[in-house]
Structures are given as structure tokens and as C-alpha cells.
Design a protein around this ligand. Structure first.
Ligand SMILES: [Zn+2]
Length: 61
């Protein structure tokens, strides 16, 4: 009994180490972090970008 091997998913996009969390709609905390993340990305501050992602993930809304 052989199963077809389909491992086409979970291909990481180059240049994006982690999938970025989406800010929850209506959550002021998330919106604030998403805004800072945007600013940090434009400034090229990837450390701060990932900090903001962590905060959005931790947010309990
Ligand atoms: Zn939130």
C-alpha cells in the first residue's frame, strides 16, 4: 500500500523568514504594533519589525 507523497506545502518564501501575524480587526494594540511594524520596515529596522510581530502574536485582544 503506497500513498502519494505530496509535500508541496510549507515552502518558505525567500526573504520572509516568518509569516507575519495579521493584526486583529478592532484591536487597538494590534493596530498600533502593525503601524510601528510598517514604519520599522520602511526604515529597514528588521529587528523592530520582528519585535512588533512578536507583540501582535502575544496580544490576547
Ligand atoms: Zn490584539
Amino acid at each position: 500500500m503506497t500513498e502519494p507523497v505530496t509535500t508541496m506545502e510549507a515552502a518558505p518564501a525567500l526573504g520572509e523568514p516568518l509569516p507575519e501575524p495579521e493584526p486583529a480587526p478592532g484591536c487597538a494594540n494590534c493596530r498600533g504594533w502593525a503601524c510601528r511594524r510598517d514604519i520599522a520596515r520602511k526604515a529597514g529596522d528588521l529587528t523592530r519589525v520582528s519585535d512588533c510581530n512578536v507583540m501582535i502574536r502575544r496580544c490576547t485582544h
